[in-house]
Design a protein around this ligand. Sequence first.
Ligand code: GLA
Length: 380
Amino acid sequence: MKKTLVLLTFSLFLFGASAQKFENLAQTPPMGWNSWNKYACDVNEALIAGMADAMVSSGMKDVGYDYIVIDDCWQVARDENGEIVVDKDRFPHGMKALVDYVHSKGLKFGIYSCAGTLTCQGRPGGRGHEYQDARTYAKWGVDFLKYDWCNSSTQNAKASYSTMRDALHAAGRPIVFSLCEWGANRPWEWAAEVGQLWRTTGDISDSWNSMIDIFNQQKHLARYAGPGHWNDPDMLEVGNGGMTTEEYKTHFSLWCMLAAPLMAGNDLQNMTPETKSILLNKEIIALDQDPLGKQATCYRDNSDYQIWIKELANDEKAICLLNKSDEKKTVLVDFELLSGSLSKFNVRDLWEHQDLKLKTGSIYVELLPHSVKVYRFIKK
Ligand code: GLA
């Protein structure tokens, strides 16, 4: 009896001890760049190093972007010991050297793998190699792991992702764990104790319809998000060419209202002034990165016209007026009502970068097709 108790305590210690995620990571939504949206499988060390350079020289680092994440296709095989093999043609200096380079720029490094036997592009997955891979990532100095869900057959999602969480924890290096099972198993209900962020939908593509469709699916998820555990509506398409500037402004504003991870997915080395003015809009980013960590909720839904509200620290809040329709709309906005008490606040337009000069509590606002207006109530 005593022996059983000792054994039980010992195994609880052994297995219970590592059954946790790293705490205090991603207290605000992670910001960075990921290779997938623009480059898909066409990744190599020069490209990744160039993006790290551009993240610094473009000013993105200064406004908070700090993860450089290589998505699928960096890996080609496993060796006779089961160790993951990096594509030597594309990464001739190996992964550790690239990680060191990214770190030397004051940035963090993210990598991609998959809970199934193969990644979505048919490269070796993590299934059965979780502890070994976690040790490898820790040895390389990886800071972020995106973990996909292709070729997972009948695997249980919570169990599979928990195994990798435990493996990362056992490897000892704090690594942000990004679950990517596309919302298939309602990760918002169980993943807060597994990772720091979880995808809520299938993949985004570079079009208004795809973006707004994903946005529509976030409406009931606000209560699951908070510091250290975020809903992830997928990476940004801003600057990739498939939407208008107005639509990209909407995309970026909505993601910030949602307290979504902000992973740019464009060519950082060749950004137009418009793209830069969106990705570098500090006042919009501040909504995303607000320390209260609340995801916006829908306050009014008139189908293609909506009002979203995001509560912010210091009893401030942001409101976003969204025109999803193909036509211009003029709407009456009651700032007195929306603010709770207008005398306490200045109302700032976060795209015009100026405070409104209000003579009355409500005004008419014109919204272009597929556009937003984003205001912040700032305490006087
Ligand atoms: C899945 C993910 C994408 C991307 C690709 C890579 O589709 O959802 O974000 O990582 O795999 O193959």
